[in-house]
Ligand binder design. Structure first.
Ligand SMILES: *[C@@H]1O[C@H](CO)[C@@H](O)[C@H](O)[C@H]1NC(C)=O
Ligand SMILES: *[C@@H]1O[C@H](CO)[C@@H](O)[C@H](O)[C@H]1NC(C)=O
Ligand SMILES: [Cu+2]
Length: 175
């Protein structure tokens, strides 16, 4: 009985940790989804780690649309076999699995001009392989008295604190 309770609490904590870390990304930031300068969307995606459950939002005017395509069609800007088509101008897409998602604009010429983005989604569960190393952020000099580890993992610490709070509440309720 205790064991079942512990497992339920653990699941609850993990679910809340997962929910607390979902992020919404507006593709292209303030520029939205448009014909960009060279490599704009590639660079936009490069410094982000998309996780299962995150949401990407495409915002654009009616001169564009969003097609999800396979990798080959992405590479060649082939718009004839879209897996999904979005054209509301404000499309929120939940990243429902790990792996790659490929998006391009289906208006003739736009993909070839660089209006395309590939999104690599990593599995957020603790036993999943961690993402490959990315360039280290610029080193921030810090006083030798400070704990260097603290700021680098503040998100993780916050998540852990939140998890512990949920744990405490769960125990006091079932107590
Ligand atoms: C585009 O994709 C379609 C469907 O997969 C295929 O029939 C066609 O040959 C492709 N076009 C080019 C130029 O690769
Ligand atoms: C797009 O939708 C979101 C809510 O889903 C809203 O906050 C935002 O203002 C919308 N943007 C435009 C340009 O309509
Ligand atoms: Cu376009």
């Amino acid at each position: 009985m205790d064991c079942v309770k512990n497992i339920m609490v653990l699941v609850l904590v993990m679910a809340s940790l997962h929910a607390s870390m979902a992020t919404v990304y507006k593709v292209g930031d303030a520029n939205g989804w448009t014909i960009p300068v060279v490599d704009y969307y590639k660079n936009w995606a490069a410094d982000k780690t998309f996780k299962v459950g995150d949401v990407i939002v495409f915002e654009y005017n009616n001169h564009h649309n969003v097609l999800e395509v396979n990798q080959n069609d992405y590479d060649t800007c082939n718009v004839t076999a879209a897996l999904q088509t979005y054209e509301s101008g404000n499309d929120s897409i939940a990243l429902s699995r790990s792996g790659y998602f490929y998006y391009l604009c289906g208006i003739p010429g736009h993909c070839l001009a660089g209006q395309k983005v590939d999104i690599r989604v990593v599995d957020d569960s603790s036993n999943a392989p961690s993402p490959p190393p990315r360039p280290a952020p610029a080193a921030v000099p810090s006083s030798p008295l400070k704990n260097n580890g603290a700021s680098a993992s503040s998100k993780g610490v916050l998540g852990a604190v939140f998890g512990l709070a949920v744990l405490a509440v769960a125990y006091s309720v079932s107590g």
